[in-house]
Design a protein around this ligand. Structure first.
Ligand code: HC0
Ligand code: SF4
Length: 575
């Protein structure tokens, strides 16, 4: 351990700790616009300057390692003046459209300008003029708002391993963007949205065209407007209304959506239960045939696009089952339309997802059903929160209400899809029982719960089967390379693009770096645990025991992987 003094307080920290981290241990918050714990330590923004006794100049505390006996001052007139100057310089060529910026009141630069009492701009002069890139279905870039913090570059390179961004141009004209400032649609971007979550300003955000479509659909008397809520929404929407991370607000979400005027409020977890039935049957089939193993889950559109971009040779291994979002959409325009006696052309199916890649997924040509888009509009958690606020509804104070029938009841298996290891666990609960005739022990499947990487071996009918769960595309790349080299062998692998799974998705509420540090948002643990609690509270924990799923198969689909199931739920992938 190393002992040092910060602002007159003694602190003991491990060797290798930076001044910024040591200060936070004793409640001193040094500001930063570029640092990200365990990911980004480039000292790019210089806002974290401090004085170190005996050292010349001011030091960037996020990259400066502590030394025994060091004396640090974090808030002297010199430090404050230097920080103010840096913030002013960052503001000097910023667009200044704060009132209409998507990050208004949730912008780290804006917050710092307020905290440091910046009242006038002495350096305002020439400004960079760079066009907005809004061509992709998922992500919008506003490069004039880029403050060169490099967080997006680092997250995309180190966590996602897609390496989409770098610094374009030089000096005053530089900004972060894909090479040659190409549009995002011309790059292998996976639309995971992890870069959006770390952008300190409004330079990166989701495509917002769906919000307007939803308001218009709700006002159209000729449309029958239905909505499906992703598993994670119930564990995160409360955060948009000041509730603590991990608050479970399932019934309140339903109540809000009913008040907004949706004709039916359904659960995407019902779609997840169908996916378990289909993907489980597909896995059992492949296992018996000994073909295309390991089977990879395919419900995460960021992972699917990653595989399409970088791992063509593994595409035949992806489950052919569409995601719960799309399975639900397909059912809404066929099964539900038939049951409710409604012309499918009049049904407008909306989903609300913690993910920006779901917007891309819903627009994929492969997702068309009987000539119609299965899902017409996709709202992120953030967009849904805003719509509910625009309607003057305070989620916290709404009563709990129930989903509608026939696609509103999901088993606990469907609900845990949004948590780390949840898709695998949900599938195993059904597959194990189908193969052995016995229930799987909770202790067995609980060990696969994870926010990064886990393995599980289970003996089923005398055969040792190996399973793996991976969250985060960088972790996935590492595992896929090992699989391709023959270093590891599995039968079934779950891959989700976002660290922590969908609960850590790119469409979830955005927190400043400071909040992320103290609230441990990144781990997604509180949110994931909320979903596992929701599972515990359910009376049915397996998809195949859900009576509404049984009715669907009995009356409409026949068997999993039947001709109708294949036509509605199964898909192909593009190299
Ligand atoms: Fe997920 Fe999903 S669980 S991808 O993480 O599979 O977005 O929450 O909705 O479709 O169900 C996201 C979350 C979903 C889908 C489901 C899956
Ligand atoms: Fe990289 Fe994901 Fe951002 Fe695309 S959305 S640039 S893959 S972090």
């Amino acid at each position: 351990m190393v002992s040092l003094e910060i602002d007159g307080h003694r602190v003991e920290v491990e060797e290798g700790t930076t001044i910024l981290e040591a200060a936070r241990k004793i409640g001193i918050d040094i500001p930063t616009l570029c640092y990200l714990k365990d990911i980004n330590v480039e000292g790019a923004c210089r806002v974290c300057l401090v004085e170190v006794e005996g050292e010349p100049g001011l030091k960037a505390s996020c990259i400066y390692e502590i030394k025994e006996g060091m004396k640090v001052k974090t808030a002297t007139p010199r430090v404050i003046k230097a920080r103010k100057q840096i913030i002013e310089l960052l503001l000097s060529d910023h667009p200044f459209d704060c009132l209409t910026c998507i990050a208004n009141q949730n912008c780290e630069l804006q917050s710092l300008a307020k905290e440091y009492d910046i009242r006038g701009l002495q350096y305002r002069g020439e400004r960079r003029r760079i066009p907005i890139d809004d061509l992709s279905p998922s992500i919008v870039r506003e490069p004039e708002k880029c403050i060169l913090c490099r967080r997006c570059i680092t997250v995309c390179k180190k966590v996602v391993t897609a390496g989409i961004y770098d610094i374009n141009e030089r000096g005053f004209h530089s900004f972060a963007a894909p090479a040659m400032n190409d549009s995002q649609i011309d790059t292998p971007c996976t639309y995971c949205g992890q870069c959006i979550l770390v952008c300190p300003t409004g330079a990166l955000h989701e495509q917002r065209q769906d919000t307007e479509m939803v308001w218009e659909a709700l006002a159209d008397p000729d449309k029958h407007v239905i909505i499906q809520t992703a598993p994670s929404i119930r564990a995160t929407l409360g955060e948009m209304f000041g509730m603590p991370i991990g608050s479970l607000v399932t019934g309140k979400v339903v109540a809000a959506l009913k008040r907004l005027g949706f004709d039916k409020v359904f659960d995407d977890c019902f779609g997840a239960d169908v996916v378990v039935m289909e993907e489980g049957a597909e896995f059992i089939h492949r296992l018996k045939e000994g073909q295309r193993l390991p089977q990879f889950t395919s419900c995460c559109p960021g992972w699917v696009k990653f595989a399409e971009n970088y791992y063509h040779e593994l595409l035949p291994h992806l489950s052919t089952v569409r995601s719960p979002q799309q399975v639900f959409g397909a059912l809404s325009k066929t099964y539900y339309a038939e049951q409710a006696g409604i012309d499918p052309e009049k049904i407008f199916c909306i989903s609300t997802m913690p993910c920006i890649a779901k917007k891309f997924e819903a627009r994929r040509p492969e997702m068309v059903v009987n000539g119609m888009r299965a899902v017409d509009a996709v709202l992120t958690t953030r967009e849904l929160g805003q719509i509910i606020k625009q309607a003057g509804l305070d989620l916290k104070n709404l009563p709990d209400e129930e989903y509608d029938e026939p696609m509103g009841y999901a088993s606990g298996a469907g609900v845990i899809f949004g948590a780390g290891g949840g898709v695998m666990e949900a599938t195993l609960r059904t597959v194990y029982e189908k193969l052995t005739g016995e229930k799987m022990k909770p202790i067995q499947y609980k060990s696969i719960r994870s926010d990064s990487y886990r393995e599980l071996e289970i003996e089923i009918n005398g055969e040792l089967l190996r399973f793996a769960v991976v969250r985060g595309l960088g972790n996935a790349r590492h595992l896929l390379d090992r699989i391709l080299k023959g270093e590891v062998e599995y039968h079934l692998v779950e891959i989700m693009a976002c660290p922590g799974g969908c609960v850590g998705g790119g469409g979830q509420p955005i927190y400043s770096h400071k909040d992320r540090w103290y609230m441990q948002v990144d781990a997604g643990n509180h949110r994931g645990n909320a979903l596992f609690k929701a599972d515990e509270a359910k009376e049915i924990h397996t998809a195949h025991e859900n009576p509404w799923i049984q009715k669907l198969y009995r009356e409409y689909l026949g068997e999993p992987m039947s001709e109708r199931s294949r036509q509605l739920f199964h898909t192909t992938y593009t190299k």
